[in-house]
Design a protein around this ligand. Structure first.
Ligand SMILES: [Zn+2]
Length: 149
């Protein structure tokens, strides 16, 4: 039996943009999930997804700084409370004290995002290969051609 496919053409959510993409689904259920997902996170084309990142005549340069840092363990407070409750019940507990940080450093971006490695056109940098406090400065620039006659 030939496989059935459901395709859906989607238009960029930016007002006035005519860019489209399409999705292919194997079932109606997947199609419905995709539709629901795009309602929450409307699709935008490469030009409109993160407009601040789009280089051009008016935005020829971007500079971002990342720093190697120890990433706080997200469950520390919760683990600490559990550990203290356990300690109150049994001061000879064999349970290990909660960890405060992940076991390796990460890159911390200006947007507060943590990443174990960074990569782009022509480079890769793994946070755990470098000492805490190391900075990576990413500079991209277009030299706009002068087209005046
Ligand atoms: Zn668009």
């Amino acid at each position: 039996m030939p496989r059935r496919e459901y395709t859906s053409t989607v238009r960029c959510a930016d007002a006035g943009c005519g860019e489209t993409t399409f999705y292919v689904y194997e079932t109606r259920r997947e199609e419905a999930e995709g539709f629901a997902s795009r309602k929450r996170y409307p699709w935008k084309c490469i030009r409109h997804r993160k407009p601040e990142e789009l280089l051009g005549v008016d935005n020829p340069r971007r500079e971002l700084t990342f720093v190697v840092a120890m990433r706080p363990w997200e469950y520390y407070e919760q683990d600490k409370a559990e550990y203290e409750r356990e300690l109150a019940r049994n001061r000879y507990t064999r349970r290990k004290p909660p960890r405060e940080f992940w076991d390796k450093p990460f890159w911390l971006g200006e947007d507060g995002r943590w990443q174990s490695s960074l990569w782009g056109e022509g480079f890769r940098a793994i946070a755990e290969d470098l000492p805490v406090g190391t900075k990576l400065r990413l500079v991209v620039e277009v030299e706009v051609a002068d087209v005046r006659p």
